[in-house]
Design a protein around this ligand. Sequence first.
Ligand SMILES: *Cc1c(COP(=O)(O)O)cnc(C)c1O
Ligand code: SF4
Length: 349
Amino acid sequence: MITRSPASLQRVIPATIEKGDSSWQAQLSGALRDPRVLLSRLKLDEALLPGAEAGHALFEVRVPAAYLARIRPGDPNDPLLRQILPLSAESDTVQGFVSDPLEEAEHTPHPGLIHKYAGRVLLIASPICAINCRYCFRRHFPYGENSPSRAQWNDALNYMRNDTSIQEAILSGGDPLASSDKRLSWLVKRLEEIPHLKRLRIHTRLPVVIPDRIDGTLLDWLGATRLQKVMVLHINHANEIDDAVIKACARLQSIGVTLLNQSVLLRGVNDSVEALAALSERLFEAGILPYYLHVLDPVSGAAHFDAPDDEAVILVEALRERLAGFLMPRLVREVPGEKSKSPLSLRSP
Ligand SMILES: *Cc1c(COP(=O)(O)O)cnc(C)c1O
Ligand code: SF4
């Protein structure tokens, strides 16, 4: 038996613990936002700088430290790096790639509320994200017009109260968990008062990019709701899941949250059977079930991530031969005007 002397114990405890610096709020506001610093921190070729600056001018760089730490320095092809590093290709105009590919502007009865599908509404609960993903279909989203005040929330809540077909509220964004616990718990309390609402779903990347977001305060308000809780995470590569992410997921499961994942099929990130199989396996180790694998929405600035549909279908068919059925994500695309996400098959147009 090894007995630790008080002296050796002291050595493993840092001299000063500044709680403020490690809080999720500090990690969020301290996210890296300078392309030059990004390149030097990751020991990447300075030749990438002009392209990175140009992309940054279109959609700013934003990377929290916890995510940055999972990127291999010196590797320009790292699958996590590719998701956050702006490239000169973002400035290219590519036919078919537009600023509002989902035509969401047409389905917004109230600021911050999107009602496209039966039984569920999407609420824009935060205008910002903790990380800026280069392929994001919201990179041109008019967030300024869609971050509701409390008065506007009341209109959105009334809309939901008056439509008894709505059973599920989906908090989205931006990233809803970039919002404060105070605002979120206020909103969830209001949602709970709507008698026909059964489920609260949260679409978020925060437990992945800042695992400390899943702290006691969040578990308190989320654990207290009568609504059934589903969290749809957004993870594209197995390397995004480290021990801290697994712990955050375990905390969420401990209060009864069902964990699902959606990914985007991204060229140069996860467009291989090996990468997708490893992702599904790793997700399950973290207690997360694969839900959707989206083909890229044709948003301008992201065309270099596009994998052709026929390739996507072949890839997923090969994946099916490798994985247990419950580890298979559904390959879908979002078609404006459709009543649900649309499954892709070999015969899709
Ligand atoms: C994707 C989406 C949903 C959720 O769809 P599910 O198939 O239930 O995951 C709801 N509303 C909008 C506007 C969406 O884009
Ligand atoms: S909405 Fe999701 S994909 Fe888009 S930048 Fe935010 S976290 Fe990334």
